[in-house]
Design a protein around this ligand. Structure first.
Ligand code: BGP
Length: 489
């Protein structure tokens, strides 16, 4: 009973948020390299230059001004450029993961390290060598890599010169990139995720200053290209190595509630779950568009541009497992005047039954059990929780000590929820990789201060700090939890 034998315990990171070395060894620039720092109240911006040389910045979810190109500006601090310098610290970091007892480590490959522009014929050997060394280091400790192929860091050339994912040519570029890495790392990597939080592209339209039907249409077309690209990759992965297991990665569980029992709230919540969560997982798990697609497409007057072969690709390339990130839940309502949840990426009405973090995210372990049940009931596929955790400000005390009981509480409750989902409900959950197992730059705010790690990294919001690593209290707690396979929490 409890967690099954062979359960994967680990942690998760993403290349752009931790590697640094953004222009080292032939790496090309990615869209995320142009993001400034922000905070819970100040959005991160993209810096750009216009044809006439005018420089500016615009909030990351707004469209760039006409004719603007992303540009690195003098005197602007870009937190991803150095990250936590995992690029030069990976041996030390992996040794710490091994000390905690990890048997899985989720990381991503930076596409522009392998193909600096994204679509060259020949890969950048130095980029391939870097990840090979990381995988070999993990293998030394019997840690299975779980590799996200694309985690919010599209090569900027593909975005600006090819039009990003709304352009069909990206399917072939992605195909070539994945074919290259599948062949290069055959035998070293068996677990792959195609697009991080693929559904978030839709959610992000809601953070734009003036969300428009046009933006939504562009997203729906882009998603189609990603669905086809992902499906082809699943097929390709299996051909290259039958041991490869490929999952979809969905942002958030089915994690919103109707604020009241007013049927109008329930209906609205159902529609939102369909549009913002299930739309992507349904296509990727079932290999076809779901019935409510008609309603969604009609709501923004969208008509799909596709090729007939796309639908064969979708049908053939369904994923082997469902993975998702889970931090918090939201409430949906049709009633005006309800209190809203503030914070980075937080949406909807405030839930009166829940506590909220300093960054405005609700704390809801029961929601994780609900999400696990919902996904498992819907698809019957193995599940992994590949992001979860509490972003909090920590204090490094004399002697390199960090007391983080709030993080331990959060994790204990969420692990207990997973245990209940397995033991009591019968869900087939295979792994858990909490987010930012080592402190890294926050995606939402660009801060270092919003920390998730078991390992503290001495780096501050202004880029100062020694980059030294320290074990937090949660490090020792998680070590025991893993050693007991989740029995001692
Ligand atoms: C997810 C992303 C991660 C990660 C996490 C925490 O949406 O996949 O990249 O950063 O959220 O978010 P934040 O960094 O804003 O706290």
């Amino acid at each position: 009973m409890g967690f099954p034998k062979g359960f994967y315990w680990g942690g998760a990171t993403a290349a752009n948020q931790c590697e640094g070395a953004w222009d080292t060894d032939g790496r090309g620039p990615a869209v995320s390299d142009y993001l400034t720092a922000g905070s819970v109240s100040k959005p991160r911006c993209i810096t750009y230059r216009l044809m006439d040389g005018t420089e500016g910045r615009c909030p990351q979810f707004d469209p760039l001004p006409q004719g603007a190109k992303r540009a690195i500006l003098d005197d602007v601090y870009y937190p991803y450029h150095e990250g936590i310098d995992f690029y030069h610290h990976y041996k030390e970091d992996i040794a710490l993961f091994a000390e905690m007892g990890f048997n899985m480590f989720r990381m991503s490959i930076s596409w522009s390290r392998i193909f600096p522009k994204g679509n060259e014929e020949e890969p950048n050997q130095a980029g391939l060598d870097f990840y090979r060394s990381v995988f070999e280091e993990l293998q030394k400790y019997h840690i299975e890599p779980l590799v996200t192929i694309s985690h919010y860091d599209l090569p900027v050339y593909l975005e600006e010169e090819c039009g990003g994912w709304s352009d069909r040519r990206l399917i072939d570029a992605f195909d070539h990139y994945t074919d290259t890495i599948f062949r290069a790392y055959k035998g070293l990597v068996h677990y792959w995720l195609t697009f991080n939080e693929i559904n978030c592209m839709m959610m992000f339209t809601r953070f734009s200053a003036n969300p428009s039907k046009n933006e939504m249409r562009k997203v729906l077309q882009s998603l189609h290209h990603q669905f086809v690209a992902s499906a082809r990759v699943v097929t390709r992965a299996h051909e290259i190595d039958p041991k490869n297991i490929v999952g979809c990665m969905i942002g958030g569980g089915p994690s919103s509630y109707p604020l009241t029992c007013d049927p109008k709230d329930v209906l609205k919540n159902q529609n939102e779950l369909q549009d913002y969560t299930y739309y992507c997982s349904d296509v990727m798990c079932r290999g076809r568009y779901p019935y409510y697609t008609r309603r969604l497409w009609k709501s923004c007057d969208f008509s799909l541009t596709s090729q007939i072969s796309d639908f064969d690709d979708l049908a053939k390339g369904t994923v082997d497992m469902v993975t998702f990130s889970y931090y918090s839940t939201q409430c949906v309502t049709t009633h005006e005047g309800s209190e809203t949840a503030g914070g980075n990426f937080a949406m909807g009405a405030k839930n009166p039954y829940l506590q909220y973090s300093e960054w405005g995210w609700s704390l809801d372990p029961d929601g994780l059990r609900i999400a696990l049940n919902e996904y498992y009931a819907r698809y019957g596929l193995p599940l992994m929780v590949v992001e979860n955790g509490l972003g909090a400000a920590d204090t490094l005390e004399a002697g390199g000590i960090v007391h983080d009981p709030y993080r331990i509480d959060y994790l204990r409750q969420h692990i207990q929820a997973m245990k209940d989902a397995i033991e009591t409900d019968g869900v087939d959950l295979r792994g858990y990789t909490p987010w930012g197992c080592i402190d890294l730059v926050s995606a939402g705010t660009g801060e270092m201060k919003k920390r998730y790690g078991f390992i503290y990294v001495d780096r501050n919001d202004d880029g100062s700090g020694t980059l030294a690593r320290y074990r937090k209290d949660s490090f020792f707690w998680y070590q025991k939890a893993i050693a007991s396979n989740g029995a001692k929490l």
